[in-house]
Ligand binder design. Sequence first.
Ligand SMILES: [Fe+2]
Length: 354
Amino acid sequence: MSAASELTPPDIVRCAYLDLVVTDLAASREFYVDTLGLVVTEEDDEAIYLRSFEEFIHHNLVLRKGPVAAAAAFAYRVRTPEDVDRAEQWFAARGCRTERRQGGFAKGIGDSVRVTDPLGFPYEFFHEVEHVERLAWNYELHTPGALVRLDHFNQVTPDVPKGRAYLEDLGFRVTEDIKDAEGTTYAAWLRRKSTVHDTALTGGDGPRLHHIAFATHEKHNILAICDKLGALRKSDVIERGPGRHGVSNAFYLYIRDPDGHRVEIYTQDYYTGDPDNPVVTWDVHDNQRRDWWGNPVVPSWYTEASPVLDLDGNPQPVRERTDASEMAVTVGADGFSYTRKDDRAEGFKLGNSL
Ligand SMILES: [Fe+2]
């Protein structure tokens, strides 16, 4: 076996799909298909394969019936079939468990490797995939809140610098992060495709899935989703937003599915594809970092997340974050956030109104 540092990492193209275990397939179908309008590529009694309107690969989300609501795999597409070999070797050299299946782990996907990564997350890498019809021009099918692309994953992990270093070794580039003056890192955004991220690391007890994010074309599409949820008397699935992020500059909405899995609807971040794309660092006390308009982050957004599974399908044990928590330093009696840096008189503690 080669030394880990000598191996070429796989050339990862983009985040491609999430394999998600849900406890009530019918309830999840109502949420993801009837309410959000994702397109069903294929379905049976055990699983539903969904894609967004601009997608041409078999699926972006698998809803798989199971006993424990959890994420079974964060799947990435790699550039060539040989990159699947590279992924298998790269993780094996780091002592990670790997499992290769020539026939894939999900319908519509060919030769794949799944690994338990150094942070405890189930990652999958594949190249071969069944092409399906890209419905980008089928506006007769689009709803006002049409979800057009899978944009990113977000993962909760206790040690963000460790996770960031590993993902940078794997070929990801950091686009933005949240730190404090003492050097604690609270979150980091990492990309392969030329957007702000394919995945983000949020500091907290983990490994856990924080959310999966789908993109709409424009901001008004997100408002249409909010209006639809209100009309259906389902406004209680809205957890946070709509709003504009500071980090990523994107417009956002967070909603929760019937199992509590968090879904973000996201649009209009910026191009990051140049090799010298500048990294944006936010102060954790900057009140506009997570919401550009200064609206408070709700505590559940910091504390609640979905379990992830090992390669046998068992929930991974969760390790506690020991670094300072972003919620503790910004929300509530012990927290402090400012709107104008060094303007202490006008600073206020987010969470006073919660
Ligand atoms: Fe996100």
